[in-house]
Every structure is written in structure tokens, then in C-alpha cells.
Design a protein around this ligand. Structure first.
Ligand code: ADP
Ligand code: MG
Length: 215
């Protein structure tokens, strides 16, 4: 499998599809413990990325991540816009320091997640997108250390993301808008955790399909 920016248009399309398909469900989650705008916020970013997708596929990873981050920062809005924007800008910075290959990606992604933690002043267990992003980063580093085969890694990333998303249901929100509702947040999955899981699963799907295509 070639891990190239040429895959970006397919990834953006897959993300767009999954957010579209799950829009009602995610909106209901954000309505329950937030203000209901999470999907429309994200869709603004996705539409902007759809318009840039051919241009993005011609950049190298450092430039592509930077451009995606800037686009998300300026188009998404809400707490999630600056956090997803921060993630990609940090991925760009990390990818500048080491070549982007499947081994290094675990470390690069971890640095991106660390930047999100700092930006949101949040940790694991606070009922946010980080409850998906942190376990996925942790799993990737373990998988690289244990030299697990790529098809299995991809399958497991999707499972870890779902488990992380589900884990937010019983958590108490202590960051973001949901934190105003305190105990009433228990019993609801966090919208940002859900969209992170959906987007990660979409990317994994594109990479898994790529594995079956001869190089
Ligand atoms: P807003 O909360 O401003 O309406 P969105 O609805 O677009 O923004 O995004 C809400 C999501 O952002 C939450 O579901 C949560 O996952 C994530 N989030 C909010 N605050 C933080 C934070 N401090 N750290 C990490 N993630 C956060
Ligand atoms: Mg919201």
C-alpha cells in the first residue's frame, strides 16, 4: 500500500458520507447535552475540504495537513473547529520532523492528540473527542511496538475508536458546553467523540480498501 496524499480525496469523501449518513443521530447527541450545532459546524469544514480535495492531493503531507488545519480553523467554528484545526496543524508540524510512513504515523498522531489536549486543557475521561483520540493514539503506538500486521491494526483502530466513543456515555462532562449540565450529561454519548469515531472509521475503511488494490 502506498501511503500518499493522493488518498486524501477518497478520505474526505468517505468522511463527508459518514457524517451525512449519521447527521441526525449526531445532532440529537449534541442537542441532548450541547447546543445541537456540531454536525453543521463540521459540515462547513467538510464542504470546504471537498472543494480543496484535488489541490490537497497534490501537496506533500506537511503542506496538506497544514492546509487542512487552517481550513478547519477558519470554517468549522464552535469548540470543535479550533480543536480539529489544532490537531491537523500539529500533525503538519510533527510530520516536518520525521518522514511520514506507517511506523512514524503513531508518533505523529500522538503529537497531534497532545496538541488537542493542550488546546482544550482536557484529559482522557472528560467526555470529549479525546476519549476516542487518546485510546486510538495509544493503540497505534502499541501496534507499532508489537509489529502487528497492518490489516489487523486497521481493524483494531476502528474497534478502539468505537469503544472510546461508547465509553463517553457514562462519563461526567467536565469540559466544553456539556459541562454546564453536570450530572445530567451521564447517559449520553458525546457528539464530538461520535464524529471522531465516525471519521476515524471512514479513514480506516479507505486504507483497508487500498490494501486490496495491487500497488
Ligand atoms: P460547541 O461546543 O462550541 O457548540 P461543537 O458542538 O462543534 O462546539 O463541538 C462540541 C464537541 O467538542 C464536544 O462534543 C466535545 O467532543 C468537543 N470538546 C468541547 N470542548 C472540548 C475540550 N476542552 N477538549 C476537547 N474536546 C472538547
Ligand atoms: Mg455544539
Amino acid at each position: 500500500m502506498k501511503f500518499i496524499p493522493g488518498l486524501l480525496p477518497s478520505m474526505i469523501e468517505a468522511i463527508s458520507d459518514t457524517i451525512e449518513k449519521n447527521a441526525e443521530e449526531v445532532t440529537a447527541l449534541d442537542q441532548a447535552i450541547g447546543d445541537g450545532d456540531h454536525v453543521t459546524n463540521l459540515q462547513r469544514g467538510i464542504h470546504a475540504l471537498m472543494a480543496q480535495r484535488d489541490e490537497l492531493s497534490r501537496l506533500d503531507w506537511v503542506a496538506a495537513f497544514q492546509k487542512i488545519g487552517m481550513t478547519l480553523m477558519s470554517s468549522v467554528g464552535g469548540a470543535s473547529g479550533s480543536l480539529y484545526g489544532t490537531l491537523f496543524i500539529a500533525l503538519s508540524k510533527a510530520a516536518r520532523e520525521q518522514p511520514l510512513n506507517l511506523q512514524n504515523f503513531a508518533d505523529i498522531f500522538t503529537q497531534g492528540v497532545e496538541a488537542v489536549k493542550q488546546r482544550g486543557k482536557a484529559e482522557a475521561g472528560e467526555k470529549t473527542m479525546l476519549d476516542v483520540l487518546i485510546p486510538v493514539a495509544d493503540y497505534m503506538r502499541t501496534a507499532v511496538a508489537d509489529s502487528i500486521a497492518l490489516p489487523e491494526v486497521l481493524e483494531n483502530i476502528a474497534l478502539v475508536a468505537v469503544a472510546g466513543m461508547e465509553s463517553t456515555r457514562d462519563m461526567l462532562a467536565t469540559k466544553g458546553r456539556a459541562s454546564y449540565l453536570q450530572e445530567r450529561t451521564r447517559g449520553h454519548i458525546d457528539a464530538g467523540a461520535k464524529t471522531s469515531q465516525l471519521m476515524i472509521s471512514a479513514i480506516v475503511g479507505v486504507l483497508s480498501d487500498q490494501l486490496t488494490v495491487p500497488a
